[in-house]
Every structure is written in C-alpha cells, then in structure tokens.
Design a protein around this ligand. Structure first.
Ligand code: 5GP
Ligand code: MN
Length: 339
C-alpha cells in the first residue's frame, strides 16, 4: 500500500470513483463516505457511493443519502459502478470481509482500491494507496486531513462539513472518548467557520426516534440485562422475538451497549443481538481492557481498543454461554480494575 499522498496530484484529473464502507454503516461510515463524495464531486469526478447493506433511517438527513446505492437491493447497478471505477475508496473498515456480500466483487475489481481507516490490522496488501491510523478519532477526521493535506481546504462546504461532523461526533461519543484530541476540536472549529450548524446535526441524529424504540429499550434494560459485579461486566442478550415485537429497524439498537457501561464499576459491557441470519455482538470497555483483542479471540470480530464487535452463526444461547466463559477466562484483568 503506497502513501495516500501519492494520489494528491491526481485529484484534479476527472475519474470514475466509487466510495464504499462497512456493512450497516454508522455515522462515521456514512459521514465519511458522503463527506468525501461532496468533496470529490467538485473536481468533476463521477462519484458513486455504495453501502454494502441498508442503513439506519437517522442517517437519511445527510445530503444526497438518497443517491447512495444499497448493494443488497441494487446489486446490478452497484456492480456496474464497481466495474467501471478507476478508484475505489474504502472507508472506515480494515478487511474486505466487512463489506459482507460485496467482498468478492470488491476484491476482484480492476480499479485501484484506496484505504482511509482507523481500525487495527488493516489488510494493507489489498490496497494500492491508503492511510491507516488507529490514533485517529474517526474516519471523518481522516477524510478532513485528506482534504486539508491535499491543499483543498477551500472545498470544504456546508455539505462536507455536516457529513464530517456527524462522523467525528458519533465516533467520539459526542467528544467524550480519549480519542478526542485537540486536533479534533480544531477541526470542528474549522467546520463551524465553514457554516456547520452542529445543533441541527445532533437533533437529526439523536432526536428522531420513534416511540417503539424506547419501549424496546425499557424492555431490554428490565428483562435482558445481566450484571456480573465480580467481573465488572454487564451483558445484554436480545432475542429476535423482541426485535419483531417492538418493530425494531436497522439503527434502533445503536448505542444500547452504552447503557450498562454507565453503571458504577462496569468496565466491560456487551450486547448480543439475534438478528436472525446472525448473532451480532458489540463490546465496549473503559480503561485498560482491550475489546479489540477480546472480539478477535472469541467472536470472530475486531474493532478498536475500547469499542469492538463480532458475529456468530451459533444460536443466541450458545453465544451468551461463550461470552460468560470468555468473561471468566479474563477474570484477573476484569476484576482487578482500577478506576
Ligand atoms: P459496533 O459495536 O458499533 O458495531 O462496532 C464497534 C467497532 O467495532 C466499529 O469500529 C466496528 O467497525 C468494529 N466492528 C464491529 N463489528 C465487527 C466485526 O464483526 N468485525 C470487525 N473486524 N470489526 C467489527
Ligand atoms: Mn469509525
């Protein structure tokens, strides 16, 4: 993988460009993709954004979300765009398997793949150019750096600013995680100067849920949460029947794992959701417990030091049992936690 700086001089030559990200894109994945889209469009490139799957409705306010192709629903159109692409930007994921059914098409594409990502252990050999930096708060921060380092800060308009803000804000837990550096705050200051209305972005993302989601959360916290105080750990296991009963859609479960993490003393929080086709887990930790390693070792996943996820084809009960075993195996680290 060559340095991303190598493509700076090539930006001014119009190209066919695809931008893609990980399945079930979150604020950072969609924000970085559309932020880069609104930037690249200004050079006259023909740009197509492809999401491997559908996404949460609370992302639909982002400018031009309606132009984003859902690979599962619009496979032919998306494949045609990939076939024609000179450049394929891969944002906010480290391994091609994170693009689910798109993995093969992406791996065999003739165009050059370009990585911009902040996850650990990227598949560098799969990319012609790229940058991977686990020290960065978000892929949106990295797209911002890409724009400014290539000498194009003047192309940050309100659309770019709104998309990039959404990702850096959500990936830093509204600027509370340790990844929130002085540079992140400087970036936000610049976005404000470019016309960003940050309150609007917060409202779009956090004040747009339907009543059923809160009934679902009430049920989950009351009936589906277990706290293991001797391990400083809490687990939520959600059966598929709950998702059906409360009419839960993509995105409605986002952030749920953070509730048990705010219980006094809890160092590791996990949620395992039976989505029908797979059991999806999310892990969050505080301090020195490394959930990236934990997710890789036990749950076929990965992510960051304090936020990671995984998936399994086994039944929910088996994944829950596995979690409890893994928790016990890590007892020393979990129970000796110093705040
Ligand atoms: P979340 O729990 O919000 O789905 O994901 C937390 C972090 O872990 C994100 O950075 C996400 O990209 C990563 N992650 C989530 N699930 C997986 C997975 O199955 N495999 C890998 N490698 N990373 C994951
Ligand atoms: Mn991210």
């Amino acid at each position: 993988m060559q340095s991303i700086e190598e493509i700076f001089p090539l930006l001014s030559q119009p190209k066919k460009v695809v931008i893609t990200t990980h399945q079930k894109p979150d604020g950072d994945a969609m924000g970085s993709s559309l932020g880069l889209y609104h930037f690249l469009k200004q050079f006259g490139h023909a740009v197509t954004v492809i999401s491997p799957t559908n996404w949460a409705a609370f992302l639909n306010w982002m400018p031009d979300t309606k132009l984003v192709l859902d690979y599962e629903a619009q496979t032919e159109k998306a494949n045609a765009a990939i076939d024609e692409a000179d450049w394929i930007f891969c944002l906010d994921f480290n391994t091609l398997v994170r693009t689910k059914r798109m993995e093969e098409k992406l791996g065999n594409a003739a165009g050059q793949r370009i990585l911009i990502d902040h996850h650990q252990e990227p598949q560098s050999e799969k990319f012609a150019y790229g940058i991977s930096d686990t020290g960065k708060s978000s892929t949106c921060e990295m797209v911002y750096d890409f724009i400014t380092n290539s000498g194009n800060a003047d192309k940050i308009n309100v659309q770019v600013a709104e998309c990039l803000y959404a990702g850096v804000m959500t990936d830093t837990g509204s600027f509370r995680f340790p990844s929130t550096t002085a540079s992140v705050h400087r970036m936000v200051a610049t976005l404000k100067e470019k016309g960003l209305n940050h309150s609007k972005v917060h409202e779009e993302l956090f004040d747009n849920f339907l009543e059923n989601r809160f009934k679902f959360i009430g049920n989950v916290l009351l009936n589906r949460m277990e706290v293991f105080y001797e391990y400083n750990t809490a687990l939520i296991a959600v059966p598929q029947q709950d998702l059906i009963k409360y009419n839960i859609r993509t995105g409605d479960t986002e952030g749920l794992v953070n509730y048990p993490l705010s219980i006094q003393g809890i160092k590791l929080a996990a949620i395992i959701i039976d989505r029908g086709d797979e059991r999806k887990s999310s892990f969050r930790s505080k301090g020195d417990f490394d959930v990236n390693t934990f997710a890789r070792k036990y749950f076929n996943g990965g992510g960051h030091f304090n936020a990671a996820g995984g998936q399994s084809r086994e039944p929910l009960e088996a994944v829950v049992a596995k979690f409890k075993e893994a928790m016990k195996e890590n007892k020393d680290q979990l129970s000796n936690y110093q705040f």
